[in-house]
Unconditional design. Structure first.
Lengths: 495, 112
């Protein structure tokens, strides 16, 4: 009753606004096309970036993880990662893209709607906004690029409960997890109207003279500002997915290894990696692919994409150096696995900061992330006694939190950052907004906390559901035999 | 006829082979094995997880020779395989009852 009344009122108000706006809008529409056509350089770069991000997952992440497990579980990890890519990409085009990147009506703060389910309305002609006024890329490319992010995030979680989860349970968990955790978080962080929506609304406000028109224009600007995800509206910056991808997957992994429990023989038997050679190949592919992940997240081929690429390079290098030397000092030997872990920790940490910070700031970030993640994986994990098989929490969540918070510091132009993006004070161009350290850090912290809570609690519920429906954990005798034979009927190496 | 079986450090295999060829031994069988004696094992650390690895990689070498040659074989192996460090390995000698070359059917000393 109430809702139908308010709907009616809304409709009348909208009609009135439309009528008032009509004379002003009509000539504007006649003069300018809806959006300018995409630039071929941008399109070419985004196609390449999309492929690079897929390379991170298969074979990059699959080999990185696969090399770290014992021979008897190698194929299970490869199969899990590969299956997640196949399943999630289908979910993404079915309803994932729509739930992430459309307006969700009453729930718009948290999740999108179904208006683009089955990619309805997404055509080779339709476009999406980037971060520059007047620059657009084809929506098809954007759908594919974002698809690779949806694919890698649940694949990251696999490392936490590797060597003991039932394959069927993993499949069900993946479907539920992307639906109830990934799509909402991605919507909350990345859904917004785009630069031109802000610019045009701000221009209209500046042009308005009489109070009535001002009020209308202000309402229109508020509507544009309000049509975004919750974390975005808080002002939290996440260039390429520090919260959406890494903190999100990292905390889900931690909860997972608590729910599933330790591997049989953990702490008593030799669980050394079966092939650090393959782990090195995987880590190198992750690094290369990460350029598509971070620099591609700029959505345009320009200087900021170059900045993101360079930041990604140096932060990873710094974190690799940090872990290598800290381990050398503390444990006596510089290990390859340590350096690879450091590089991945650096890549994780620079992800949210890559397009916001400066290269020198990102080197410091890498050094901090490499050292902190070393401490987490070697000391705190042992002290707490959980069995996070491949350190998904210690590297992705811890590195992600460090990176997310540091982004609030490194974005400062005084530290070589690009500044807080502001599309309204100089409508039509990207200006540097006012910077306040406390505000920036608090915005980042709120984004981190909401992600930790949403994914932590949500994943716990989903694990419990899957445990009741299918059973998460494989039987102990099968676990001893190895998941490759028990679950997949194959073995990795037949000599 | 004697079977000389030696367990040596893997990187010493080439030197041992050269020494044996030098005294006229023209065949041997080599196996990659794992084991430990007084050397015990070593520690491996993966991302802070320490594992005590007690079985170390070694090479097991088997040579069948005519009895008079045994002392020279023992001498050649011990000289070539020695580093002076703990873990250099051991040599065992046993007697062979029969030997047959499969291709020709030759027996015993002719088959060596």
């Amino acid at each position: 009753m109430i809702s139908s009344q308010s709907l009616k009122r809304l409709a009348i108000a909208a009609g009135a606004v439309a009528l008032m706006a009509l004379p002003a809008v009509m000539p504007a529409l006649a003069q300018t096309p809806a959006t300018p056509p995409p630039n071929k350089g941008d399109v070419a770069w985004m196609l390449v970036a999309t492929v690079l991000v897929l390379l991170m997952t298969i074979p990059g992440l699959a080999l990185f993880y696969g090399g770290l497990v014992r021979t008897k579980n190698m194929l299970s990890v490869l199969t899990q990662v590969f299956a997640i890519v196949c399943i999630v990409s289908l979910i993404w085009v079915t309803y994932g893209y729509s739930l992430t990147f459309t307006n969700g009506g009453a729930l718009n703060d948290y999740i999108g709607g179904f208006s683009k389910a089955f990619l309805v309305g997404v055509t080779p002609e339709s476009t999406v906004a980037t971060f520059s006024n007047g620059v657009y890329i084809p929506e098809m490319v954007y759908v594919a690029f974002q698809m690779t992010f949806a694919c890698i995030t649940p694949a990251l979680i696999v490392g936490a409960f590797a060597e003991r989860i039932r394959f069927s349970a993993l499949v069900l968990f993946t479907v539920l997890w992307v639906t109830f955790i990934y799509f909402p978080i991605a919507h909350m962080v990345w859904y917004w109207g785009g630069p031109d929506a802000f610019g045009n609304a701000a221009k209209a406000l500046a042009a308005a003279v009489d109070p009535a028109a001002k009020k209308t224009a202000q309402d229109a600007l508020d509507a544009v500002t309000g049509d975004a995800g919750l974390i975005y509206k808080w002002g939290a910056l996440d260039f390429a997915g520090g919260t959406v991808v890494h903190i999100n997957a990292g905390i889900a992994g931690l909860v997972g290894c608590f729910v599933l429990g330790k591997r049989v023989g953990y702490g008593k038997e030799l669980m050394a990696p079966h092939s650090l050679t393959l782990t090195m190949v995987g880590a190198a592919l992750l690094w290369v692919g990460w350029f598509g992940f971070n620099a591609g997240s700029n959505l345009e081929a320009n200087g900021v994409a170059g900045l993101a690429l360079l930041n990604t390079f140096v932060a990873a290098a710094a974190a690799g150096v940090a872990w290598l030397f800290v381990e050398w000092g503390v444990k006596g030997k510089p290990s390859l696995l340590g350096m690879l872990s450091g590089v991945v920790a650096g890549l994780v940490a620079v992800t949210p900061a890559s397009g916001f910070g400066g290269p020198m700031g990102c080197i410091v970030l890498g050094l901090v992330a490499g050292s902190a993640c070393f401490f987490f994986c070697t000391t705190i994990k042992n002290a707490m006694g959980y069995d996070d098989s491949l350190d998904v929490f210690g590297i992705h969540c811890v590195g992600g939190i460090i990176g997310a918070l540091a982004t609030g510091i490194l974005v400062n132009t005084a530290l070589g950052g690009v500044g807080i993006p502001d599309y309204t004070t100089k409508p039509g161009e990207l200006a540097v907004g006012a910077y306040d350290l406390t505000t920036a850090i608090w915005a980042q912290a709120k984004g981190v906390l909401l992600t930790l809570a949403w994914s932590g609690i949500g994943s716990f519920i989903l694990y419990k559901i899957v445990d009741v429906v299918i059973g998460l954990r494989i039987a102990p005798d099968k676990e001893r035999e190895g998941l490759d034979i028990a679950e997949h009927g194959e073995r990795s190496y037949n000599y | 006829m004697k079977l000389v079986m030696a367990v040596i450090k893997p990187f010493k295999l080439e030197e041992v082979r050269d020494a044996l060829t030098g005294i006229g031994v023209h065949g041997m069988t080599v196996t990659e094995v794992k084991g430990y004696g007084r050397q015990k094992g070593h520690t491996e650390i993966y991302r802070g997880a320490e594992y005590a690895v007690s079985f170390l990689p070694k090479i097991k070498l088997e040579v069948a020779v005519d009895a008079p040659l045994v002392d020279k074989v023992i001498e050649a192996i011990s000289t070539a395989a020695r580093t002076g460090q703990i873990g250099d390995g051991k040599i065992f000698v046993t007697t062979i009852d029969k030997a047959i070359r499969i291709r020709t059917g030759e027996r015993d000393r002719d088959a060596l």
